[in-house]
Design a protein around this ligand. Sequence first.
Ligand code: FAD
Length: 379
Amino acid sequence: MPNIVILGGGVGGTIVANQVARQMRNELKNGDLSITVITESAQHVYQPMFLYMAFDQVVPADAKKPERELLDRRINLVVGAAERIDAAGNAVWMADGTRIAYDYLVIATGSRPDPEQVPGLTDGGYHFYTEEAALRLRQALHDFQGGRIVVTVGVPHKCPVAPLEFVLMVDDWAKARGIREKTEVVYTYPIGRVHSIATVAEWVEPILDGRGIETHIFFNPETVDPQAQTITSLEGETLRYDLLVAVPPHTGQAVIGRSGLGDSGGWLATDRASLRLQGSDNVFVLGDATNLPISKAGSTAHFEADVVASNLVNLLRGGLGSVRYDGKVFCFIETGLKKATFITFDYANPPTPVEATEMIHLYKLAYNRLYWLTPAGLL
Ligand SMILES: Cc1cc2nc3c(=O)[nH]c(=O)nc-3n(C[C@H](O)[C@H](O)[C@H](O)COP(=O)(O)OP(=O)(O)OC[C@H]3O[C@@H](n4cnc5c(N)ncnc54)[C@H](O)[C@@H]3O)c2cc1C
């Protein structure tokens, strides 16, 4: 009986598990196939909610559901930390010493914000990339009465548009609070334009200018001095702040490094079309864990999961598993508290943002509520 093991019960891993289970329900029912999801936490977390949590628009309970409730009941769920992937031995070793063997492995372990890479940032600044951090920032925003807000961006990081969303939302939020006149909003970006995607940078630059948001490009955060309330870049520029909000640089998960599989950042060398771990026939990688030069986003994991699930089903039915991923990504971009736009792109076609509207913002809010249909494989 073939064994599919999926490491990581986030958006990508859960979609793959449910899609394969749905398409191979008879094999699962008859005991001719087994699917196991291994994941660290019993709770599935919808991370985009952290942005809204920082602005006190949602609470942690809105962002979580038990993973068991989202998975087809015929899928085995193992809640625990994987210690090491033994790719040569076709097995995952758990922290408690258990060995879980596989015929096919899907690695969907995501990524991890690592603010410690910027000395002083953890003490001197805030972020919104974990629930705990978003709640700390919520309190800081609640207490803020005006001053200089610096939003700084480290790379690589997941959700490439989140820093723009935060800076545009904080601008609207300060207006709504009646403190915009006594608030400076400053945005820094590591490369020579205000966003990594050229068309997004071209679209947003006049918006930032028009809203009086000060921008600093070629600013790679290097150190923070919490006492002096300054942040200094690798390029030698120092900015003063009253409230520092960072998008911290990210790494791959520690299990990837421990398994000797990733590069120096913990990212897995992944074939951009087949989504197989390079050099392997039976290991697929998707979502944030890959080293692909595309956005680390939930939608990326979603589109990749469709490809991986199709290939697994095809392989199990005697095919070659040759469905290819075309690099498709879709992202909403909040442009304040009441309007949003969206971008869609792939390896060959860059995005073209459309004018932001209230309707698109309402779609995004609706999607936030409907999200739970996504990991269930229904949306
Ligand atoms: C503030 C914020 C806003 C965002 N906004 C958007 C947005 O608007 N649109 C969008 O598309 N994306 C957005 N994202 C990004 C999106 O959440 C991620 O890109 C997406 O979750 C990645 O999916 P994944 O399946 O690769 O990893 P994840 O969903 O992170 O799941 C990884 C899973 O692996 C498990 N895991 C890791 N290591 C181990 C281990 N050793 N053992 C067992 N289990 C392990 C984790 O517990 C987790 O369940 C946002 C993210 C943040 C933080």
